[in-house]
Each structure stands twice: as C-alpha cells, then as structure tokens.
Design a protein around this ligand. Structure first.
Ligand code: SF4
Length: 322
C-alpha cells in the first residue's frame, strides 16, 4: 500500500487575490517508509499535510488539480463523511502543539476510547483495555493514571505521547507527523523521535514527517523531499541527499545546520526569504536567492530531472550534467 500525491495544485483565494500555495506536488510514501518533507517556514509543508488530511477550509483553499491516492482511491473525490472514515482508520496526523489538538475538557482515556468506539465500534470495556495497550505502546506505561488525567495534568512530552496514542489508536496505515518535536526540549525530542521509529517498526506504518529541521530528518527518515515556494525541488534517499545534495536550496539548507564538531564556525544563512504565495518569482522561484542563477532561471521553471539513483532535482544545472 502507498500514499501518493500526484501533481497537486492548490491556491488560497480571497476576493480577487489568489496565492499559489502548492504547485504540482508529487510525493509517495510507501508502507513502512519514513519520508521527510523539509523546507523553511512558509514553503508549503503544512499546507501539503493538511491538504492530504482534507482539513483545509474551502474556501479559501481551492484544489485546482491533482490527486491524492490512498489504497487505490483518490481521496479528493470522496465526500466529507467518507473522508472522516479514512481519517483515523487509514491515515492520522500528529501536530506540533498537542494542546491545540487535545480536548481540555475530556480525560485522555475518554479521548482515546471515543475514537475506538466511533471508528471501530468497540464497546466501552474493550475500548478501555485497548486504550491501556496503546498508552503502553507510546511509553505511557502508567496507563491507568493517564486514562483518568486531563491534558493539563500532563507534561509537554506526555501530552505529545498522548496525542500520538490517539492518532494510532485505530492502527492507521499512514501517519503524518507535522513538526511533532519542535516545541520540545532536546531530550524529549530524542525520545519522541525514538518512539516514532519504534512505532514504524511495530505497526509498519508509512510516515510523512514534516520538518524545517534537517537534523531531525537525518535521524529518522528513509527518503527526503525538499520543498520551496510550494514546489518540491529535490527528492532523494536520505543518505544521498545529505552526502550529495544537488539543488542549491538543499545545499544551503544543509549548510545552515549547526554542526557540533565545528563549534565556533559561522553558520551559513540563506539570503532573502521564501516568497509569499501571491508573489512567486518567474522561472525558478528560488532564482532571487540562488548564487548560481542564470538567465534561463529567470524565465523557465525547471522540471524534475534525474541526477542520481532515485534522486531527482528541479534545477537548470541538471542540464549541464553529461
Ligand atoms: Fe538556481 Fe537556476 Fe537551479 Fe533555480 S534553476 S536553483 S536559480 S541554478
């Protein structure tokens, strides 16, 4: 089974203004694979994940073209009731801020059993037994106490684990993890990343991991796609992307990671900023920030072309290879 986004074009329309938030997104997450989607803030990562989940309000969001294929079906063609069934059972999402997702007025146990009763038709007793198993699976071994706790009674790391417990409660085939460690300190970040890896092993889930932090991506992913101004500009197996990035944007992103071995050395910062969706530059959207920009880059938007084993980049420099 795989989750495949095909040529997804999405705009935000407000009055006579239109912002092209996603421009021909193609990406595939295979069963048991962790595919990371990385880019700076405002590059389209979260719009992609929220569009896959069908959680963008329309209007203002407008899908202009494309497909999101899950288990052979285009989920964009389903009605809201059918999509609600898929959410949770086949595909689930964890967010950066558990406080925004967890219901503050319901105990954690109620929030998990509610999902199990609703989606899987379990009776209350079976759902509670299953909830304890899931809490154990996410490292909340004192499950009985957690079941009876309200979200505000849990620490940040425990809330994140509780949210993951709710997300995986119906054993989804795919999990979208939208910056789930960003708000946590380094120790907790490592614990949550280990948990995600462990869940991938135990449940064979495909995971789309959204992150602005390439260090996080390095630790957990199998494949990495780099997104810029709503377009994927490079995709490669993780080891290849980290050792031989092709696209100048990927290269600069990698150079901007703090390196513990080079303490004291200056970090590279990428000049300029990500364009907003209403003002995407002509040609290659990265050309105003790119140190290698050529005339052709200002006029023609480059297509994805192969530049290695299972490695593709959208950059006119690929034309100069061979
Ligand atoms: Fe730079 Fe041109 Fe490649 Fe865009 S297409 S990244 S501007 S070299």
């Amino acid at each position: 089974m795989e989750l495949a986004v095909k040529n997804l074009n999405l705009s935000f329309v407000q009055g006579n203004r239109e912002g092209h938030a996603l421009r021909g997104i193609n990406l595939t997450v295979k069963e048991g694979e962790i595919h990371a989607l990385v880019g700076e803030s405002g590059s389209g990562k979260s719009v992609t994940s929220t569009a896959i989940m069908g959680l963008l309000p329309s209007p203002p969001a407008k899908i202009n073209s494309g497909e999101i294929i899950l288990d052979g079906n285009d989920i964009l063609s389903l009605n809201e009731k059918e999509r609600r069934t898929i959410r949770g059972q086949k595909i689930a999402m964890v967010f950066q801020e558990p406080s925004k997702y967890l219901n503050p007025t319901l105990k954690i146990g109620e929030q998990i059993t509610e999902v199990l009763e609703l989606h899987l038709g379990m009776d209350k007793e079976t759902a509670e037994t299953r909830a304890l198993e899931i809490l154990d699976m996410v490292g909340l071994g004192t499950g009985k106490r957690i079941l009876k706790s309200y979200p505000h009674e849990l620490s940040g790391g425990m809330k994140q684990r509780a949210m993951i417990a709710i997300a995986i409660s119906c054993n989804p085939s795919f999990l979208i993890a939208d910056e789930p460690t960003t708000a946590l300190d380094v120790t907790l970040q490592l614990q949550i990343l280990k948990l995600i890896l462990n869940l991938r092993e135990r449940l064979s889930m495909g995971i789309l991991s959204i992150s602005h932090d390439l260090r996080v991506v390095h630790d957990i992913s199998d494949r990495v796609s780099v997104i810029y101004a709503g377009k994927i500009v490079e995709t490669a197996p993780k080891t290849e992307l980290f050792s031989q990035p092709f696209h100048p944007y990927s290269n600069l992103l990698l150079q901007s990671i703090p390196d513990a071995d080079k303490r004291g050395s200056r970090l590279v910062t990428i000049p300029g900023k990500v364009p907003d969706a209403e003002n995407i530059p002509s040609g290659c959207a990265f050309h105003p920030r790119c140190p290698y920009a050529m005339d052709v880059c200002r006029e023609n938007d480059p297509e994805m072309k192969p530049c290695g084993e299972k490695h593709f980049a959208a950059c006119h420099l690929t034309d100069n290879r061979n």
